[in-house]
Every structure is written in structure tokens, then in C-alpha cells.
Design a protein. Structure first.
Length: 434
């Protein structure tokens, strides 16, 4: 460990022991391996290529304790964050499952939406096949710590040929400052299935805390998953996350990720096209201001022929905030007929706002159709003039154009209540004063 990061990491791991109460011995081994690896790894710094624009020293200077004794909230406390369209909901208060606030499938239902520990009893083989294998912790300290803290989490298993019309909501609520939590989500969409999963991170306070999240999604042959990920935590919080996805033959994965909270937030999105016909669509929006920093890294891996993907990532950066985007697309040798497009669009609302964007293609096949591009700038003078010439004030015109830029991503969220709430957030955060 480096001198700068050792106290932070050692404090997270202090007193961490392997609990042997899980019904599966392999789960104990997984956590033990992760704990051992966490002690060997160093946390990233700006000396690491993938982190050179994201300085985590403000995080490393703080001391966080494990969350404990989560308060008993009533339904009214989380009502602003509840998606009424969801038929099933898992609610975690400070990463502790709340049965009282959750809504599970009916007894005997084939759809599985439950805490991970409960799932080990009846779905151990399914969990064993995927947990810890999609999000590799061997070279990442944050993922290793998350796996070492793997006591509970959210499990969603969509059975073979099951089309779930209603969305499934996994809600993580923070109520305590100066704590670190390690949320875990595992989604398994078996062959021929179809589901929409909303993964939501919110806070009921304005304090500083750390969320270290890992999500693994296995999309079976001919299955479809729509994944909405919303990070609207405290603006003093630190949010470090990984979402790892594996696509089988003719599988489809569409993600919409929106980040509006966090002092520093980071999302590593890893997509592996493991079989022919797989397709992914990644839409992202980071809306930051003040001294916020939002970092999105994506890695789309085309390992076989006849796969496709597209990505559109947008940032709106105000005040002295900073946004980072690194989109890496790899086409492996022999992965012919790959069709991939990637675009990064970034809007700066002040002279002090910063964006670092790096779309990246690595192609090792000769029969492909791949493109990428990036734009960074302020609002177009011609567009402002057009609106002003029609009687719209300059500030109102700026507000309208900024909202339209961000709303393109929000409008791709298929949950009306969530899209409405985020539109209101965009409006509030992008309004210039008349």
C-alpha cells in the first residue's frame, strides 16, 4: 500500500472477519480470497492511467466506519424515491435489507427478487456461477473490499422465457454520515427472458459518506435487460461503482445511467459480448456543478463475430466542476462484422468548468464498422440568437437549450415517475437566473 492510501484502506478492513454462517462454503472462500487480495492491493491515484483525471485524495483523507444500526424508517421517508410502476422492490437502509419497506414476489412465483443471503438457500448454484466472476476483484481494491464485505445484497433472477412487464426496483438509501457501505447487486436473466431493473442510490442527509458498489448482470441467450442506474446521493458523498455485464448469444442489454450527486463519483461499466448476435446500448448523463467530479469509464469488449453496440454519453458541467469520460471499445482478433458506435458530448456552462473525454477504439479485425467521436463546448450562439429573435429572454433561452441537451438521455428512461423526477432535477440544476 502507498502511504497516501494505506490509512483509508486499512481502516475499511480493520476488524473485518469472515462470517461462517452462510449456507454455502464457496461464499466464505470468495470473501476470504477477496479480503486477502484487498490487503495486497493499493488504491488508485492520479499516477494510474485510468485515474489520472480523478484525484481521490479528498476521499482518502477521511475516515469512515462501517454502517451499523440502520434506523427504522417509515414508508413516507422514502416515498419521494419510490417508483410506483415497480411491482417488486428491494430496499436497503445503509446497506441493510428492510423487509418492512420492500415488496417481494408472491410466494411460489418463478421470478426471484430477494436478499442475496436468502437466495443462497434455494438458488446457490445460480449465484455461484456468476457472483464474483463478472466483476473481477483481483486487480481492483474497491471491488476486493466490496467482495470482502459481502454479507448481503440484492438478487434478481428472471427465469427462462419469462417476460416481466413491471420494472424491478433496487433502492439503496443512506441515512448516516461518515460511514462506508458496500452494496452488491446480482441480476441473472436466463435465456429468453425480458426484464427492466432500476438500481437507485439516494440519501436522506447532506453529509459525507462512501458508497462502494458492485453490480453483476448475466444476460442469457436471447434475453433482454433494460438497466436504469440512478445516482442521486448527497453532494458531499463519494460514490465508487462497477457494473459488469456478460451477454450471451443474441442477448440485448440497454443501460441508462444518470449521475447528479456525489462530491466524487466514478462508474466503471464493463460489457463483454461473449457470443454472436449480442448487442448493447449505453446511454449516460452526468450533471455536475460546484466542486463535483463525475467520472465514467466504459469498456465494451467484442470477443466474437457479429456483435454490435452503441454508446452516447453526455455531461453538463457548471461552476468549477469537472467531468471525465473514457470509453474504450475493443474488437478482438476474429471478431468480424462488429458494428460499434460511440459518441461523447459535453456542455460547459462556465469558463471554470472542465471536461476530459477520451473515446477509444482498439480494433484487431479487418471487417468491422466502428466509429467514435467527442465534442466539448458551450451553447451555440446561433441557437441562442434564434430563440432570442422569437421573444425568448437570453437566460430563458440558455435554460431551454441546456435542458434539451440533458433531457435527451433522461427521456430514454422507460419509467415515467423516474424520468419525471430527473427532469425536475435537470431543470433545477440548469436554471440561470433571470
Amino acid at each position: 500500500m502507498t502511504t497516501a492510501t494505506a490509512p483509508f484502506l486499512e481502516h475499511l478492513l480493520a476488524g473485518q472477519k469472515i462470517v461462517t454462517a452462510e449456507p454455502a462454503a464457496w461464499a466464505n472462500r470468495l470473501r476470504a480470497d477477496a479480503l486477502e487480495r484487498a490487503h495486497q492491493l493499493t488504491l488508485p491515484s492520479t499516477r494510474d492511467e485510468d485515474w489520472r483525471f480523478t484525484d481521490l485524495s479528498p476521499l482518502y483523507k477521511l475516515v469512515f466506519r462501517p454502517a451499523s444500526g440502520a434506523p427504522a424508517l417509515d414508508a413516507a421517508a422514502i416515498a419521494p424515491f419510490v417508483a410506483p410502476e415497480a411491482a417488486c422492490r428491494l430496499v436497503f437502509i445503509d446497506n441493510q435489507f428492510s423487509a418492512a419497506l420492500s415488496t417481494l414476489p408472491a410466494v411460489g412465483a418463478s421470478l426471484v427478487v430477494q436478499p442475496l443471503v436468502a437466495g443462497l438457500k434455494n438458488h446457490g448454484e445460480t449465484i455461484h456461477a456468476h457472483l464474483g466472476s463478472l466483476a473481477d476483484f483481483r486487480d481492483d481494491a474497491f471491488r476486493a473490499v466490496n467482495t470482502a464485505y459481502l454479507h448481503d445484497g440484492a438478487l434478481v433472477v428472471v427465469p427462462r422465457n419469462h417476460a416481466e412487464a413491471a420494472p424491478l426496483h433496487v433502492l439503496f438509501v443512506s441515512t448516516q454520515a461518515e460511514v462506508a457501505t458496500h452494496p452488491r447487486v446480482l441480476v441473472v436473466a436466463e435465456s429468453g427472458s425480458d426484464a427492466t431493473v432500476l438500481e437507485d442510490y439516494v440519501a436522506l442527509h447532506d453529509g459525507a459518506y462512501c458508497t462502494n458498489a458492485v453490480t453483476e448482470i448475466a444476460v442469457g441467450a436471447n434475453a433482454r435487460v433494460h438497466h436504469i442506474r440512478v445516482q442521486r446521493e448527497s453532494r458531499a458523498a463519494f460514490h465508487i461503482a462497477t457494473a459488469a455485464v456478460r451477454l450471451e448469444r443474441d442477448a440485448s442489454y440497454h443501460a441508462v445511467s444518470v449521475a447528479v450527486g456525489g462530491r466524487i463519483s466514478r462508474l466503471d461499466h464493463h460489457i463483454v459480448h461473449a457470443a454472436q448476435g449480442a448487442f448493447c446500448a449505453l446511454d449516460g448523463l452526468a450533471l455536475v456543478g460546484g466542486r463535483q467530479l463525475a467520472d465514467t469509464h466504459s469498456f465494451v469488449d467484442h470477443t466474437v463475430p457479429h456483435t454490435g453496440g452503441r454508446q452516447l454519453h453526455k455531461t453538463v458541467v457548471a461552476d468549477g466542476a469537472r467531468a471525465v469520460f473514457n470509453g474504450r471499445v475493443v474488437v478482438r482478433p476474429g471478431a468480424q462484422q462488429t458494428n460499434s458506435a460511440q459518441e461523447s458530448r459535453n456542455l460547459l456552462l462556465s469558463d471554470k468548468a472542465q471536461v476530459d473525454t477520451k473515446p477509444q477504439l482498439e480494433i484487431f479485425a479487418d471487417d468491422v464498422k466502428c466509429s467514435h467521436g467527442a465534442t466539448v463546448g458551450q451553447l451555440e450562439a446561433e441557437e441562442l440568437f434564434y430563440l432570442e429573435s422569437r421573444g425568448i429572454g437570453r437566460d430563458a433561452a440558455r435554460n431551454l437549450l441546456t435542458y434539451g441537451f440533458a433531457a435527451e438521455i433522461v427521456d430514454r428512461i422507460p419509467l415515467a415517475s423516474v424520468a419525471k423526477a430527473l427532469r425536475e432535477t435537470v431543470l433545477a440544476r440548469t436554471q440561470a437566473k433571470e
